[in-house]
Design a protein around this ligand. Structure first.
Ligand SMILES: Nc1nc2c(ncn2[C@@H]2O[C@H](COP(=O)(O)OP(=O)(O)O)[C@@H](O)[C@H]2O)c(=O)[nH]1
Ligand SMILES: [Mg+2]
Length: 277
C-alpha cells in the first residue's frame, strides 16, 4: 500500500467517527470511492459534510443532498465554515451519530481493536477529504481555537497531522497530499487540490470552470469580470474577452491566455466565484 493510504488508514482506525468533507460546488467529484470503501471496511460511521455551502444556491444543495441519499449515504449535511449555525449543526450531528453507533456496533468493534473510548469519555473524529475542501477550517471552527493550519495555497497540510480538541471531542486533521495517480487530475484542479502554478493546461481548466457557469449562471461571470457574454460564446472566447478587459496582453496585442486562465482558476479555487447562494 502507498504510504499515503497507510496514513489515512491509521487515522480512520484511530477514529470513532469519520467526517468526509466534500466541496459544495462539486459534490460528486469530491467524493473518493477508495476512501469510502476503506472507511466501510474498518467499520467506522461516516458523516458526509458538504462544505462551502455559502458558494452555491440552496436549490443546488438540496439536489446534491437528494442524490447522496439515493446513493445510500445515510448521514449527510451541508455547512459553511463561515456560518456559526452550520458549525453548531455539525457538532450536534457528530454527537448524534456517535451515540447511535455506540449502541449499534461500537462495543463489538472496540473489543477487537482494544479501543474503548466511551469509558475514556472521548470521541475521536477523523477528518478526511481532498486538499482544499476545508478540512482544517472545519476543525478550527469546531474547536473554537486556531490549531489546524488553513491555507489558500492548495496541498499544504503535509505529512503529519494535527489534533485539535473541543471538550471531549478530538479531531484529527489529515494531510492534504493524495498521490496524483489515484485521481483524475482535471477533477482535482477544479476542487483546487493543486496550486495553480502546478497546473500545466491552465486554459483547459479555466474553460471547464467557465463551462460550469455558462449553462445556468453566466451573469455571475459577467458581473464579476465586467464582461458581456453573447449567446453562443464558448469558454475560449470568454477567456479572450476577459484577457482584453484585464489588459493581459502580450506583444502585438495578443491576449496572454495563460495569465487570464490563471486569474480564473485562482478566483475559483479561492471561492471568489460563487455559483449562487
Ligand atoms: N467560501 C468558503 N471557503 C471556505 C470554507 N471552508 C474553507 N474555505 C476556504 O477553502 C480554502 C482551503 O481550506 P483548508 O481548511 O485549508 O482546506 P484543507 O486543505 O481541506 O484543510 C481556504 O482558503 C479556506 O478559507 C467555506 O465554508 N466557505
Ligand atoms: Mg488542511
Amino acid at each position: 500500500m502507498e504510504p499515503y493510504w497507510k496514513v489515512i488508514e491509521q487515522i480512520v482506525k484511530e477514529s470513532d467517527l469519520v467526517l468526509e468533507i466534500l466541496d459544495a460546488r462539486m459534490i460528486e467529484s469530491s467524493r473518493n470511492e477508495e476512501l469510502e470503501k476503506m472507511i466501510k471496511k474498518i467499520k467506522r460511521p461516516v458523516i458526509v459534510v458538504i462544505n462551502k455551502s455559502d458558494l452555491v444556491s440552496s436549490k443546488e444543495l438540496d439536489m446534491g443532498m437528494d442524490k447522496l441519499r439515493k446513493e445510500g449515504v445515510k448521514d449527510a449535511l451541508y455547512i459553511s465554515c463561515r456560518k456559526k449555525s452550520s458549525i453548531r449543526n455539525l457538532m450536534i450531528k457528530i454527537r448524534k451519530v456517535f451515540n447511535m453507533f455506540g449502541k449499534r456496533e461500537k462495543i463489538e468493534d472496540s473489543k477487537k481493536s482494544g479501543v474503548h473510548r466511551e469509558a475514556e469519555g472521548k470521541i475521536v473524529v477523523g477528518v478526511v477529504g481532498y486538499p482544499n475542501v476545508g478540512k482544517s477550517s472545519i476543525i478550527n471552527a469546531l474547536s473554537f481555537k486556531k490549531k489546524a493550519k488553513v491555507t489558500v495555497r492548495a496541498g499544504t497540510t503535509h505529512g503529519a497531522h494535527w489534533i485539535a480538541s473541543s471538550g471531549n471531542i478530538k479531531f484529527i486533521d489529515t494531510p492534504g497530499v493524495i498521490p496524483m495517480k489515484y485521481m483524475d487530475k482535471t477533477k482535482l484542479d477544479l476542487i483546487g487540490a493543486r496550486e495553480v502554478g502546478k497546473i500545466k493546461d491552465k486554459e483547459i481548466i479555466a474553460a471547464k470552470i467557465i463551462n460550469l457557469f455558462l449553462d445556468k449562471n453566466k451573469e455571475i461571470l459577467e458581473k464579476k469580470y465586467g464582461i458581456k457574454i453573447k449567446k453562443g460564446d464558448d469558454a475560449y472566447e470568454i477567456i479572450e474577452d476577459l484577457g482584453r478587459v484585464k489588459k493581459h496582453l502580450k506583444k502585438k496585442g495578443v491576449v496572454d491566455e495563460q495569465r487570464t486562465s490563471t486569474l480564473i482558476i485562482r478566483d475559483w479555487q479561492q471561492g471568489k466565484l460563487k455559483m449562487g447562494g
